[in-house]
Design a protein around this ligand. Structure first.
Ligand SMILES: Cc1cc2nc3c(=O)[nH]c(=O)nc-3n(C[C@H](O)[C@H](O)[C@H](O)COP(=O)(O)OP(=O)(O)OC[C@H]3O[C@@H](n4cnc5c(N)ncnc54)[C@H](O)[C@@H]3O)c2cc1C
Length: 400
């Protein structure tokens, strides 16, 4: 298929879980290389590693290795493919405990633009192994990935729902930054929908759904979660000891028709940043959300140059977005997302490549600061000089 697209000059879309936010895993008139039926998972339980085909979703992988009390961290959503997620970096519920997904990637099998099947790791094709850890689908088709498995028989985790005042949100982020690094948090701020599990007084008010994951034993986990529970009277508290795979059990296949979203790294999150959540109430979309992820820990200890994901020192990742049905409303919702993002932004530019929509080449450069970009361009030139793999957050090979 790679050869066919190359020889005929057809546009090639590579698809694992089909969750590309920019719509890159499909093409009109080109070829879609759909890997979703490649779902083999070979576990080496004694060696604590797994070879996984890239058609697997994060949920399927997590459930399968979880049956052995083991885990590799992916993102927060079961239906996302391990292919696209891993190649961009992978930020999830184990990020502070075990780093990014790529920090647990030991090797890969990659089909390059000239049709070769390469086994890549730190010793063999190290340039390619460096580039696929954060550089996305620019360098070839990853058919299999080999991950490190961590012992994780249970976690303390789940959703803590708190009132979404600026004070609570600022304190929530500070609490997550101060928490032991076994604890990672992904918090979503939104206007509370009129659902029965929320008190009527909360309907229409801002709330924050803090998804917590303490990757360790129960008593220490309860101690780590206590300061979060003390931030305000919780509107709902579903945090409890559970298997790690339990975080991925909720159905997540929401049909997203249109989306306007902007993501960024932040250097700090102060009261002024927290106050920007007011923008959520100004959105005219049926659903609008701001997401905050506190980073650091194991992710931050990996040197910036070790992989193509260079934002190791950024302590917080934030995103704002809304979903709606009518594409004609896009200019209104894009303007809202741009205004909210501009108000929230603190510190240097920077974005996680997997959270980019179709935002143009300058935003792709923000994903790869300085020397990272130059090195990626060079690896691209060596392995894909004709830019066959261009339907992605593209790193053009540049002139020879
Ligand atoms: C609901 C939702 C939640 C998310 N949550 C998280 C999260 O918590 N953490 C996080 O890190 N990310 C998250 N993401 C972002 C996600 O990592 C990216 O959208 C990712 O690209 C999806 O991978 P996929 O395989 O499902 O998508 P696909 O659409 O199949 O692939 C996306 C792109 O990746 C490349 N690609 C995919 N597979 C391969 C392959 N095997 N070989 C070469 N190139 C390939 C291609 O360029 C393709 O266009 C989320 C996305 C969504 C929609």
């Amino acid at each position: 298929m790679v050869g066919l697209a190359h020889d005929r000059g057809l546009e090639l879309a590579v698809r694992s879980g089909g969750h590309s936010l920019a719509g890159h895993s499909t093409t009109e008139g080109g070829v879609v290389l759909d890997l979703s039926e490649l779902t083999a998972l070979d576990l080496d339980l004694a060696g604590r590693t797994a070879w996984a085909q890239t058609g697997l979703t994060a949920g399927a992988y997590t459930a399968a290795v979880g049956a052995h009390g083991l885990a590799t961290g992916f993102g927060d959503t079961a239906s996302v493919g391990i292919g696209g997620l891993t190649l961009g970096g992978g930020v999830g519920f184990l990020v502070r405990r075990h780093g990014l997904t790529i920090d647990n990637l030991l090797a890969a099998e990659v089909v390059t633009a000239d049709g070769q099947v390469l086994q890549v790791d730190a010793e063999t094709h190290p340039d390619l192994f460096w580039a696929i850890r954060g550089g996305g689908g620019n360098f070839g088709v990853a058919t299999r990935l080999r991950f490190r498995l961590h012992e994780l028989p249970s976690i303390v985790g789940g959703m803590l729902l708190l009132p979404g005042s600026a004070e609570v949100i600022e304190a929530l982020v500070a609490t997550a930054e101060a928490a032991p690094e076994e604890l990672s948090m992904i918090a979503n701020v939104m206007v509370a929908p009129p659902v029965p599990f929320l008190p009527a007084a909360a309907h229409g008010q801002l709330v924050v759904m803090a998804l917590l994951c303490y990757a360790g034993e129960a008593a220490a986990g309860e101690r780590a979660v206590a300061p979060f529970r003390a931030l305000a009277d919780p509107l709902a508290d579903m945090v409890k000891p559970m298997p790690y795979a339990g975080l991925f059990e909720a159905p997540d296949d929401m049909e997203v028709v249109e989306e306007s979203a902007r993501s960024m790294f932040l250097d700090r999150f102060d009261g002024a940043a927290a106050a920007t959540v007011e923008h959520l109430q100004a959105s005219t979309a049926p659903m609008a959300v701001a997401q905050l992820r506190v980073l650091g820990g194991a992710m931050a200890r990996v040197p910036a140059a070790a992989t193509a994901f260079a934002h190791r020192d950024r302590p917080i990742m934030a995103g704002v977005g809304c979903v709606y049905e009518d594409a004609g409303d896009r200019p209104t919702h894009d303007a809202w997302a741009d205004g909210f993002a501009a108000a929230l932004r603190q510190g240097a530019p920077g974005v996680y490549v997997n959270f980019l929509s179709d935002e143009g080449p300058e935003r792709v450069r923000e994903a790869y600061p300085g020397a990272t970009w130059d090195r990626l361009v060079e690896v691209k030139r060596r392995h894909d000089p004709d830019n066959l793999f261009r339907l992605n957050q593209n790193i053009p090979p540049g002139p020879a």
